[in-house]
Design a protein around this ligand. Structure first.
Ligand SMILES: NC(=O)c1ccc[n+]([C@@H]2O[C@H](COP(=O)([O-])OP(=O)(O)OC[C@H]3O[C@@H](n4cnc5c(N)ncnc54)[C@H](OP(=O)(O)O)[C@@H]3O)[C@@H](O)[C@H]2O)c1
Length: 248
């Protein structure tokens, strides 16, 4: 039997890098896609995968990714994404909102569209979209990101309906608070005090490997088992606003 293959977008850090490692450990040849080439090259060398520079918002780069992957693909993890800013609607930055929609929704659509023929050709493809609990609720200052992640959720549901007669499963993983090295820092444009405040007093937020573990489980179920969605939070986060924080 040939080695199964997987594409992970946003593989240069956090959840994407952990997922690439996890899928490699499960026996997949992993295509590690992201914009920062040095990082994905190091990761690909470590796990015996292939690095491919790809900005998911750039149609030509996405087409090149599909061309490189070839006619057959078993797993696609649409993980590239993120939040930019946390301003209330009254002072929101339209450019930040556009960028969030571009990467979390349009990028996901473009990559899915380009790789779908190869996933169908595998006879048992799986698409895992990394959404968020932000795609389930609203919170003050979060509208640009929550709107985009609600978009991720709705696109996932739509795909499952549209592909009902195709050999492709569609799942969404919706994490709550995950302490990754860059997510909050990117959101607050490098302001480390604001980034640290997100996790302040939380003894055990989720880590990237917790989400990678779930993705590894989802994609290794038998082909007739579709895990529609998994919402995963740290125990300390009973709801978006109800976080157990302990300060000395
Ligand atoms: N951390 C959390 O609390 C949390 C919670 C729920 C959901 N999520 C979601 O989980 C996913 C991963 O987040 P993370 O915490 O691992 O954040 P992260 O460490 O900031 O990783 C984001 C990844 O996306 C890539 N990326 C960003 N824009 C891209 C683009 N245009 N084209 C290709 N790759 C792009 C980045 O790589 P390059 O910059 O090298 O391109 C990076 O590898 C995101 O979709 C995020 O919304 C995170």
């Amino acid at each position: 039997m040939s080695t199964p293959t997987a594409v992970v977008t946003g593989a240069s850090s956090g959840i994407g890098a952990a997922t690439a490692r996890r899928l490699a450990a499960e026996g997949f040849h992993v295509w590690c896609a992201a914009r920062r080439e040095d990082r994905i090259q190091g990761l690909a060398a470590e796990i015996g995968g292939t690095a491919i520079r790809c900005d998911v918002t750039d149609e030509a780069q996405v087409a090149a990714l599909a061309e490189a992957v070839g006619p057959r693909l078993d797993v696609l993890v649409n993980n590239a994404g993120g939040a930019f800013g946390a301003d209330p609607v009254a002072t929101a930055d339209a450019d930040q909102w556009r960028r969030m929609y571009e990467v979390n929704v349009i990028g996901l659509m473009q990559v899915t569209k380009a790789l779908l023929p190869a996933l169908i050709a595998s006879g048992a493809g799986v698409i895992v979209n990394v959404g968020s609990t932000a795609g389930r609720i609203a919170y003050e200052g979060g509208a640009g990101y929550t709107a985009a992640k609600h978009g991720t959720q709705v696109v996932t549901e739509t795909l499952r309906l549209e592909l009902w007669d195709q050999p492709v499963r569609i799942s969404e993983i919706a994490p709550g608070m995950v302490k990754t090295e860059e997510f909050a820092s990117v959101r607050f444009d490098g302001d480390e005090d604001k980034a640290e405040a997100v996790y302040a007093g939380v003894a055990e937020p989720l880590v990237a490997e917790d989400i990678a573990d779930a993705i590894g489980w989802v994609v290794t179920r038998p082909p007739h088992v579709n895990v529609d969605e998994l919402v995963i939070r740290p125990r300390a986060q009973a709801a978006q606003h109800k976080v157990h924080r302990v300060f000395d």
